[in-house]
Design a protein around this ligand. Structure first.
Ligand code: NAD
Length: 366
């Protein structure tokens, strides 16, 4: 028998362990149903790891993550860690993990199930069925560029940062964007500010060059200010958006909020080989932790992204997404996505997980 593929699970803090428990059940069910050959291992991470070991990213956790094929994380953080030394705060553990594993490509889908269209701040007809993917460069650009700092110049303080990309950084994120576009609707929009910034001029030139190898993908370019406008005017025009670290940070949050449901959105951060860290976009939600009411669907959908983008198990990924769709169609709602429609059935974290398991099994026997 071939060696099992290793999945490291990082429950984390707050609602992290609650949502991870449900997502793990779904992962294990898919493992059985589709014969995926996965072996899971849970490791300490975040504030709970800091409490146990004095380090939010213990060496043993980092080693397990390095050795893993993919990582599934819940969420980390909480007000009790605000007083911890900056370098030992839970968020630092996450940033370090991303940096150590060189996870340069951040995938943030904004998808809105038709059943949840009323949860958006936009008119339902503008967003119902929205399914766009934002690919953000995560380890370069102005967040890391040198020089940076605050210094005294001519009698006053000056703050400065540097937006910088080299060709290889642009090429690798562009390559990833074209590959992802191919797995979707083959429409890619590269967002930049090439009318003002030289770094964007180079970005556009390299994206054009990579496009030559993907004649089947329709490439367009858009300035970031227009992209922000188009996202709230007519978001369904987009399939995949690729952009730099800063622009992606802003646009992906705006796109996520179009869907109005933070408890529904998964994310992935990938390295050059396609290995990835998968996690919901939300945090540890200390305000509802321990109550068993958190929505586990963002984490369950993170499992399906993991199956699709790292493990190349599209059938299993589709089956999980269809199970989530079915559960929403039958009216199951956690509190954060309840909209008051007639057939709604308010469920807790565990009941939502169980409903997805039932729908997954029903899909298999259909
Ligand atoms: P948050 O995302 O944790 O919560 C924002 C709001 O959304 C809260 O009202 C919360 O109850 C709700 N919410 C979030 N996830 C939900 C879910 N699955 N189901 C139902 N409701 C949900 O953001 P915050 O309150 O700003 O941050 C709380 C902590 O999380 C902080 O310590 C922050 O640093 C950390 N954080 C961690 C990550 C991560 O682990 N990647 C990301 C963001 C924030």
């Amino acid at each position: 028998m071939s060696q099992a593929r290793k999945i490291v699970i990082l429950p984390g803090d707050g609602i992290g362990p609650e949502i991870i428990a449900q997502a793990t059940k779904v992962l294990l069910a898919a493992n059985d149903q589709f014969n995926l050959g996965l072996a899971t291992q849970s490791c300490a991470f975040g504030g709970s790891a800091y409490d146990e070991t004095g380090n939010p990213l213990p060496d043993s956790t980092l080693a397990a993550c390095r050795d893993a094929d993919a990582i599934l994380a819940g969420a980390i953080g909480g007000p009790q860690y605000d007083a911890a030394p900056r370098e030992l705060r839970p968020e630092r553990g996450l940033l370090r993990l991303r940096a150590e594993l060189k996870l340069f490509a951040n995938l943030r889908p904004a998808l809105l199930y038709p059943e949840l269209a009323d949860a958006s701040s936009l008119k339902p007809e503008l967003v119902a069925g929205l399914n766009l993917m934002i690919l953000r460069e995560l380890t370069g650009g102005i967040y890391f560029g040198q020089p940076r700092g605050i210094e005294q110049r001519d009698g006053e303080r000056v703050g400065f940062n540097t937006m910088v990309y080299n060709e290889s950084e642009i090429r690798r994120i562009a390559l990833r964007a074209f590959e992802i576009s191919r797995q979707r609707d083959s429409r890619l929009c590269s967002v930049d500010k090439a009318n003002v910034l030289e770094v964007s001029e180079l970005w556009r030139e390299i994206v054009e060059d990579v496009a030559k190898d993907y004649p089947d993908v329709e490439l367009t370019h858009m300035y970031v200010d227009n992209a922000a406008m188009q996202l709230v005017r007519a978001p369904k025009q987009f399939d995949v958006i690729v952009t730099s670290n800063l622009f992606g940070d802003v646009l992906s949050d705006a796109a996520a909020m179009l869907t109005g449901s933070i408890g529904m959105l998964p994310s992935a951060s990938l390295d050059e080989s396609g290995k990835g860290l998968y996690e919901p976009i939300h945090g540890s939600a200390p305000d509802i932790a321990g109550q068993g009411i958190a929505n586990p669907l963002a984490t369950i959908l993170s499992v399906s992204m993991m199956l699709r983008y790292t493990l190349h198990e599209a059938k299993a990924a589709d089956a999980i997404e269809q199970a989530v769709s079915a559960v929403l169609a039958t009216g199951h709602r956690c509190r954060d996505i309840a909209t008051g429609v007639a057939n709604e059935q308010l469920v807790n974290t565990q009941e939502m997980g169980e409903a997805v398991l039932v729908a997954l099994a029903a899909g298999a026997s259909a």
